[in-house]
Design a protein around this ligand. Structure first.
Ligand SMILES: Nc1ncnc2c1ncn2[C@@H]1O[C@H](COP(=O)(O)OP(=O)(O)OP(=O)(O)O)[C@@H](O)[C@H]1O
Length: 800
C-alpha cells in the first residue's frame, strides 16, 4: 500500500443513511477502502505462502537421533502449521474496522494481525490486541483517543472481498452523538440475519460490556451471569480466543476445556473457535465427564439430587472400602501336606497393610494378595512344624535319658525350602486366587458403580453409620482405614437406598461425575498401567524429559516472580508427556488432551453452568488446578434438579470467596415482543430475577392457539407449512415436553427438541407444543423454550 494513502485520515462524517451511490465522496472512500482491503489480502496470501514453505521445510528436516534436534524440528513445524491455520481461518472477513485517532495514521482492525514487510509496520491489528480495544469500547464520553470508528460490511469471497458499505461512529467532540447500541447498523444487521445451523463469531460487533469481560485476566474464576440471549456463550468463546492469543505460550500447550450442556450445543458452537483460528480447545458435556462413557439418560429428580451432592465423595470412598472385604466364613485352601485357613483375622491384617500403602484400590491389591500369601505360608509352616514335632511321651522319655542336645542339621535350609514349596503350591491353588478376587476384586469404575447401585446391601454400607461398616463386617475393629486412609466411620451417614436400580440400567448424566470419582479412587487396572508404561519407549521418555525441561524454564520466564504460578511440571510428569507423545504423529493439544483422563487444562469454560451439580464441579476442578475458570450461566434457566440455586452454594465448597461475578443485561437474541410473555412466565417462578432488556423489536407478535389433541396433527402440518414458507433460509424448531408422546408425521424434516436439548440453542422460528405440560414439570423449561426464538414464537396448547 502506498504510504500516503495509508496515512490518509479523511474525517468524513458519514451518517448511517449513507449508501453506495448516494454521494461521490462516499463512493470514493468506499473504493479506497476496497483497495486497502485487497492490499491486506495480498499481504495475507504472501505470508501464508511463506509460512507454508517454512512448515514444509521443518517437516522435511532430518532430525537424526538427537532428541533436542527432534524437539526443535517438531516445535518449529507445529508453530508454522499453527500460524498457517490461523491465517487461513482469517481470510473471510479479514478486515472489519478502522480507527482514526487524534494523532497518527488510521489503524485497521481485523481477524488477525498482519505486518507490512516493506516497512515492518503493523498493517492490520488483531481484534484481540490491546490496540484494537477502542474499536469495541470507545464512546463519545470516553473516546480513548479515537476520533472516528468505521465498521465495514464486506461482500465477495477472499481474496477478492470488497467493502460493500461502511458506517461511521464519530467520537470527536461536538460532532459526536451518543449512539445507542440499538442504532448500531452493524449490530442490527448481525442480529436480524437469519440463523444457520451453527453459531457465528461476533468479532465485528462485540459490545463494550462484553469486551470488558472477554479481556478479563487469565487468573482466577469469574462467573458471568445474564438472562437468555445476553451473549454469554458468545462472550465465553471469544474470551477463550482472547486468552489463547494473549497467553499463547501457556495455554496453547495445556489447552482449554469447554463444557456445554449437550452434544447438540457443542455441534452448534463448535465452529466458532476454529473460525477464529484457534484449535487448542476440547469440548465436552457433563455426561462425558467420565473417561470412556457417554451418559445421556436422566434420573428422577430426587435421585439426581442425591447423586449430585458432595456427600457422594465420602459415600464412594465407603463403597470402595466395602469392596475390601473380610470372609464371612473361614476359607480352606487344601495344599499337598497341609490345609491353610484364611480366616477374618488373617484377611484383616492383609487388608490393613494394603490400605496402609495409601495406594488406589487396584494398585493396593497386590499388597493385599502378597501379604495374604505370606501370612498363609507362615501359617502352613507353623502347622507343618507342629505336626513334625515328637509326641509328648517320647519327648519326656528322651529328656529323661539326658542325651546331649542334637542340633537339627540344616534347619534353616529345610524351612526356606519348605517355605518356597508352600509358596509355589499356594500360587497354583485356584482357591487362593478366588479368595483374593472375592475379598479385594480388581474394579473398573463402571463395575464398581453398577455393583453399588444394584445392591441394597452395598448401598447400605456406602451410606455409612454405625450399623454399616464397610468391608463386609459390623466388627468396629475392621474399619481400619481406607484406600486412602480416610474412612473412619465418623462421617455422617446418608441413606442411599434411593439410588438402587435394576442391573443393566443405562448410565445417567448424574452417574458421570461418580464414575470419574471412582476412577480416582480405583486407579487403572494393573494390566492397563503396565501396558501404558511398557509402551513408552526409552528415547520417547527422554524426549519428554527434554520437552518438560524446556517448557518449565519457559514457564518460569513467563511466571516471573510469582510463586503461586503453576509450572508445566505441576500439570504433567515426563512419563505422562511421553505417553501422550506419539512419534511421527503430531497430535494437536486438543487431540492429546481429549484422549487423556489426567490432562490438566490451563483454562476451563463452563457454559449453562447453572445446570452443573456440586459433584460435576468437584470432578471438573480436578482438571483445572490453576482455577482459571470462566463460568457462564443463568440461575433463572436452571432445570437440573442438582443444579445451582446460588453460585456461592456450588462454588463455595471449592473456591470459598475466590471468584468474581459479572453481569450481562442486554438480550441480543429474543425480540421485545417475545420477551414480554417470557418475562411473565419468569415472574411466576423466579420474580427475583429481572429479565434482560431486548435490544430490538420486530413488530411481530408471538401467537398462541389451543387445539384438541385429535386435531394436533392437522394444525401442526398447516402451521409448519406456513412457517417454512417464511423462513428465508433461517431455522425452525418444534419444542415438546421432555416426556412427550411421539409427534405426528407432520413434523418430519423439522428439528424437534425438548427444553433440555434446546438449552443454549436458538432458532429463527420456534413452535412450542403443549407448553402447559412443560411448565407443569418445570416452569424454567418454558422460559428457556420461549427465549430460543430470534424472530417468531408460536405456542400450541392442548385441551385436556
Ligand atoms: N455483540 C454481539 N453482536 C452480534 N451478535 C451477538 C452479540 N452478542 C450476542 N449476539 C448474538 O446473540 C445471540 C445470543 O447469544 P448467546 O447464545 O451467546 O446468548 P446466551 O446468553 O448464551 O443465551 P442463553 O442463556 O439463552 O443460552 C447469538 O446469536 C449471538 O451470536
Amino acid at each position: 500500500m502506498p504510504s500516503e494513502s495509508k496515512a490518509t485520515a479523511v474525517h468524513l462524517n458519514c451518517s448511517t443513511a449513507d449508501k453506495p451511490g448516494t454521494s461521490p465522496r462516499f463512493d470514493e472512500e468506499l473504493a479506497a477502502e476496497t483497495t486497502r482491503l485487497r492490499w491486506l489480502h495480498g499481504l495475507l496470501t504472501g505470508e501464508l505462502a511463506a509460512v507454508d514453505g517454512r512448515a514444509a521445510t521443518a517437516r522435511a528436516t532430518p532430525a537424526g537421533e538427537e532428541l533436542s534436534a527432534r524437539w526443535e524440528r517438531d516445535v518449529s513445524e507445529f508453530r508454522w502449521s499453527e500460524r498457517a491455520g490461523a491465517l487461513r481461518a482469517a481470510r473471510a472477513g479479514l478486515c472489519f474496522g478502522r480507527l482514526d485517532q487524534r494523532e497518527g495514521a488510521p489503524t485497521y482492525v481485523g481477524r488477525i494481525g498482519l505486518t507490512d514487510p516493506a516497512d515492518g509496520e503493523s498493517a492490520l491489528i488483531d481484534w484481540r490486541a490491546p490496540a484494537a480495544r477502542p474499536f469495541y469500547c470507545a464512546t463519545p464520553v470516553t473516546p480513548l483517543g479515537v476520533t472516528r470508528r468505521r465498521h465495514f460490511r464486506l461482500a465477495g469471497t477472499a481474496p477478492d472481498e470488497r467493502v460493500a458499505t461502511f458506517h461511521d461512529d464519530v467520537l470527536d467532540g461536538e460532532l459526536a452523538d451518543d449512539t445507542e447500541a440499538a442504532s448500531d447498523p452493524a449490530l442490527l444487521a448481525a442480529l436480524k440475519a437469519p440463523r444457520g445451523s451453527t453459531m457465528r463469531d461476533i468479532v465485528t460487533t462485540i459490545q463494550a460490556e462484553q469486551d470488558d469481560i472477554i479481556r478479563l485476566p487469565l487468573a482466577g474464576t469469574v462467573v458471568i451471569e445474564g438472562g437468555p440471549g445476553t451473549g454469554k456463550t458468545a462472550v465465553a468463546l471469544h474470551r477463550v480466543a482472547y486468552l489463547l492469543y494473549t497467553h499463547r505460550d501457556r495455554l496453547a500447550r495445556s489447552g482449554v476445556l469447554v463444557v456445554g450442556p449437550s452434544a447438540g450445543f457443542i455441534r452448534y458452537v463448535g465452529g466458532v473457535l476454529p473460525a477464529l483460528g484457534e484449535s487448542a480447545v476440547v469440548f465436552t458435556t457433563p455426561g462425558r465427564l467420565a473417561h470412556g462413557v457417554v451418559a445421556t439418560a436422566a434420573d428422577p429428580p430426587e435421585v439426581a439430587r442425591r447423586k449430585g451432592d458432595l456427600t457422594m465423595i465420602e459415600a464412594l470412598r465407603r463403597a470402595v472400602a466395602d469392596r475390601q472385604e473380610l470372609p464371612a466364613e473361614t476359607i480352606r485352601i487344601e495344599l499337598e501336606d497341609v490345609t491353610l485357613e484364611l480366616d477374618r483375622a488373617t484377611a484383616r491384617e492383609a487388608r490393613r497393610r494394603a490400605r496402609a500403602t495409601g495406594q488406589q484400590h487396584n494398585a493396593a491389591r497386590s499388597t493385599f494378595r502378597d501379604t495374604l500369601g505370606r501370612l498363609l505360608v507362615d501359617q502352613g509352616l507353623e502347622r507343618l512344624d507342629t505336626r513334625l514335632e515328637d509326641p509328648p511321651e517320647l519327648a519326656e522319655l528322651l529328656a529323661g535319658l539326658n542325651l546331649p542336645e542334637i542340633e537339627p542339621a540344616g534347619a534353616a535350609e529345610v524351612s526356606a525350602e519348605l517355605r518356597h514349596e508352600l509358596r509355589e503350591e499356594l500360587r497354583a491353588a485356584p482357591e487362593f486366587h478366588e479368595a483374593v478376587e472375592a475379598l479385594w476384586p480388581l474394579l473398573t469404575p463402571q463395575r464398581a458403580l453398577a455393583d453399588l447401585f444394584g445392591s441394597l446391601d452395598r448401598l447400605a454400607a456406602a451410606s455409612g453409620g454405625p450399623d454399616h461398616a464397610p468391608g463386609g463386617s459390623t466388627d468396629p475393629g475392621s474399619v481400619d482405614g481406607s484406600v486412602d486412609g480416610s474412612v473412619d466411620g465418623s462421617v455422617e451417614s446418608t441413606d442411599l437406598s434411593v439410588l438402587y436400580r435394576a442391573p443393566g440400567s443405562p448410565w445417567t448424566v448424574a452417574d458421570a461425575p461418580l464414575l470419574d470419582e471412582l476412577d480416582e479412587l480405583l486407579g487403572p487396572l494393573p494390566a492397563d498401567a503396565a501396558a501404558a508404561k511398557s509402551s513408552i519407549a526409552e528415547p520417547d521418555a527422554r524426549y519428554a524429559e527434554g520437552v518438560l525441561t524446556v517448557l518449565t524454564s519457559a514457564d518460569r520466564d513467563l511466571a516471573g516472580e510469582d510463586a503461586d504460578e503453576l509450572r508445566a511440571s505441576d500439570f504433567v510428569t515426563a512419563e505422562q508427556l511421553a505417553a501422550r507423545h506419539v512419534p511421527g504423529v503430531p497430535l494437536t493439544v486438543a487431540e492429546r488432551a481429549a484422549g487423556d483422563r489426567d490432562w490438566r487444562y490451563g483454562h476451563l469454560v463452563v457454559d449453562e453452568a447453572q445446570e452443573l451439580s456440586a459433584m460435576d464441579w468437584h470432578v471438573l476442578l480436578r482438571r483445572c488446578p490453576s482455577r482459571s475458570i470462566t463460568a457462564v450461566g443463568d440461575l433463572a434457566q436452571r432445570s437440573a434438579p442438582a443444579g445451582a440455586r446460588s453460585w456461592a452454594d456450588v462454588l463455595g465448597p471449592h473456591l470459598a470467596q475466590r471468584w468474581t461475578h459479572r453481569s450481562l443485561t442486554v438480550n441480543y437474541r429474543t425480540p421485545a415482543e417475545i420477551m414480554v410473555p417470557a418475562a411473565a412466565v419468569l415472574a411466576t417462578y423466579a420474580p427475583e430475577h429481572r429479565p434482560p432488556d431486548s435490544v430490538r423489536e420486530t413488530g411481530e407478535q408471538p401467537w398462541e392457539r389451543t387445539v384438541p389433541p385429535a386435531e394436533l396433527s392437522a394444525v401442526l402440518s398447516a402451521v409448519l407449512d406456513a412457517e417454512r414458507s417464511r423462513l428465508d433460509g433461517g431455522t425452525l424448531a418444534v419444542i415438546v415436553p421432555e416426556d412427550a408422546d411421539p409427534l405426528p408425521a407432520a413434523v418430519a424434516g423439522v428439528a424437534v427438541h425438548t427444553p433440555s436439548s434446546s438449552k443454549g440453542l436458538e432458532f429463527d422460528s420456534v413452535l412450542i407444543v403443549d407448553p402447559g405440560r412443560i411448565r407443569e414439570r418445570e416452569p424454567a423449561d418454558l422460559y428457556v423454550s420461549m427465549t430460543r426464538a430470534t424472530r417468531r414464537l408460536g405456542q400450541l396448547h392442548l385441551t385436556s
